[in-house]
Every structure is written in C-alpha cells, then in structure tokens.
Ligand binder design. Structure first.
Ligand SMILES: Cc1ncc(COP(=O)(O)O)c(C=O)c1O
Length: 310
C-alpha cells in the first residue's frame, strides 16, 4: 500500500479527535504484546458526478467488528452508531476528494501482562489514508498455492479479523512475492482451498460461480457477500458455497479474488498454470465492472450501500 498519513492529519484515539502525531500507544499495551485487537478495512470511493466520497457498506463493516467483540471478550464505550459516525467524520476532516481507506481498530488497551482476554480494557481508534488500487485488477494476477496453511477456526479464528492472525497472511504474502508471484492462495489443514492472503476466492466452473463456505477458515468478506448478491441478482448466476479442491483451480474457467483492498481482481494463473487461457474471463470482467459502478453509487438499487461523507 505504501500510502501514509499526511502530517497533522486527524485520527480518533482514546475518545478524542487529535493529530496523528499525538496518537501513540505504550510498549506495554496488551494488544502490542499479544496481537489482541480487531480491525476493519473500509473503502470510500470518489464520485465525480456527486463530488463526494461514498463509503462502501459502512454499517456492514461496523456490524462485523462489533459481532467479533464476542470472540475477543471486548466491550467499549462507543456504540456501533458512534463507530460509523467516527469513520465518516474522519474522512470529512481529511477533506480528501479521492479514494480513501478507513482503518478502525478495537484493541486491548490495558498495560497488563498475561494473554487473558476477559476483564482487560479495550479501546477504539481509527485513521484514514488515501488509497487507489491495491493490486493489478486489469491483466490478471499470477498466484501460487502457499506452503503456509490457513489458520484454523479452533486455533485463531479467521472470521474475527484479529491483528495477531495477520502474521499468517504476512507469511503467505511474503513467500509468494519473494518467489515472483502477485499473491498467495491458502489451503486449509485438510488440503482444500480457503482464500487469498487478504481476499476471498471465487471460481467459475460449469457455468456456476463457486466460493468457499464460511466454515472454510475464511474471513467472511463483505465484498464476497456483495459479489454473491450481484452475481445472483444482476447476472442470474447460480452461486454455490462448497469446499474447493486445489486442482479445481487448474481446470476451471475463471478464478478471481475479491476484498475491500483487492476489489474484484481476476487471476491469470495458479501455480504457473494458465486459468481459462490466461485472460480475465467474462464473469470476472462483468462482476468487476458492476462492482465499480455500485461502489460509485451509479446503480440506484444499491445506492443504500454507499454512505456519502460531505
Ligand atoms: C483474510 C481476508 N480475507 C478476506 C478479506 C475480504 O474481506 P472484505 O471483503 O470484507 O474486505 C480480507 C480483507 O480485506 C482479508 O483480510
């Protein structure tokens, strides 16, 4: 990503808006020591028609974070409405009129030792950066099955989007990039497909759109849910959630990733085997095109998914 904060930019920290330079945590902070925090990644898209930034599916991101409080025994003073308002307010205060990425974090803020979850104070903080495309969404990605396995739900639950669990993603992403690939695909301990390092996976096979189920050690993506809805409602496709075998990725017609960062990103090859001849396929293309119209508020039916900032 590489995009960093502007000097003096406003963030939310310890119940207040303040310049980023003043928002610092102690080295004794529980989440700094044990990775005990949850985060979200939310995009806002600039609409030139409306001269506004539209935040995509903000309530759904807040809802996912708040539901996951239960996994990490968290409780904070802000309400879900407060969290959504803080996200909007931070973009407003940034004055950005381009693509943005909002990073809300709920973390164990106590200066205490011991990796216990209950009874440890949590706090909420949030910042905004400018963000364009995160990976190549045009020509297709060259991806590799990782030698690292996806975390299992009974070890560190992927669904929680917890800070510590991203070591798993970092290992896979680093390995793939060091070997000259664009991205990694995680298999589960049972050898079936889970997802990418920070994105969900779909394949097109026999006219069906197939993706791995919420029980496949994935983060249940909001983009994934969006793609499922658009594929069913707008393209009339049958969407199947079922386990995917590694070699199905070699023989299927199309593979694509989706996620807030990745958006809708076609895959050109898996393990050096071209997928569908090596060109982004028609379903990936159509869904990508639809997605970009939806996030910019251009389709009335889905306008309620966009929250205008200004
Ligand atoms: C591991 C992982 N899977 C999937 C996704 C996609 O989730 P979403 O569409 O909610 O951004 C992400 C985050 O972007 C992720 O980190």
């Amino acid at each position: 990503m590489g995009n960093m904060m502007e000097p003096g930019q406003t963030v939310y920290f310890e119940g207040q808006y303040m310049p980023v330079e003043e928002a610092n945590v102690s080295i004794m902070t529980h989440s700094f020591n044990y990775g005990t925090g949850l985060f979200e990644g939310i995009r806002g898209y600039y609409s030139s028609d409306e001269d506004n930034v539209l935040i995509f599916r903000l309530p759904e991101h807040v809802d996912r974070m708040v539901r996951n409080f239960n996994v990490l025994c968290m409780d904070i003073s802000e309400t879900p409405e407060d969290l959504a308002n803080i996200c909007v307010e931070l973009v407003r205060r940034s004055s950005f009129r381009e693509g943005v990425y909002i990073r809300p974090i709920c973390y164990k803020s106590e200066l205490s030792l011991g990796p216990r979850l209950d009874g440890v104070e949590s706090r909420f903080c949030c910042y905004v950066i400018k963000l364009g495309d995160y990976c190549d969404i045009e020509s297709g990605l060259d991806v590799v099955v990782s030698s690292w396995r996806r975390l299992s739900d009974n070890a560190i639950p992927s669904r929680a989007k917890s800070i510590g669990s991203y070591i798993n993603s970092s290992l896979a992403s680093t390995e793939a990039k060091q070997a000259g690939f664009d991205e990694a695909i995680f298999l589960r301990e049972d050898g079936t497909v889970a997802e990418g390092s920070a994105m969900n996976l779909f394949m097109v096979l026999d006219g069906q759109l197939v993706t791995t189920p919420p029980t496949a050690d994935i983060l249940v993506g909001i983009t994934r849910n969006t793609v499922i809805e658009l594929a069913q409602n707008e393209l009339g496709l049958e969407v199947i959630e079922r386990p995917i075998a590694r070699t199905e990725l070699y023989v299927c017609d199309e593979v694509f990733f989706c996620g807030t960062g990745a958006q809708v990103a076609p895959v050109r090859s898996v393990d050096r085997r071209l997928v569908g001849g090596g060109q982004p396929g028609p379903v990936s293309r159509q869904l990508q095109e639809l997605y970009f119209r939806v996030v910019r508020g251009k389709i009335d039916k889905y306008r309620s998914w966009c929250t205008a900032v200004y």
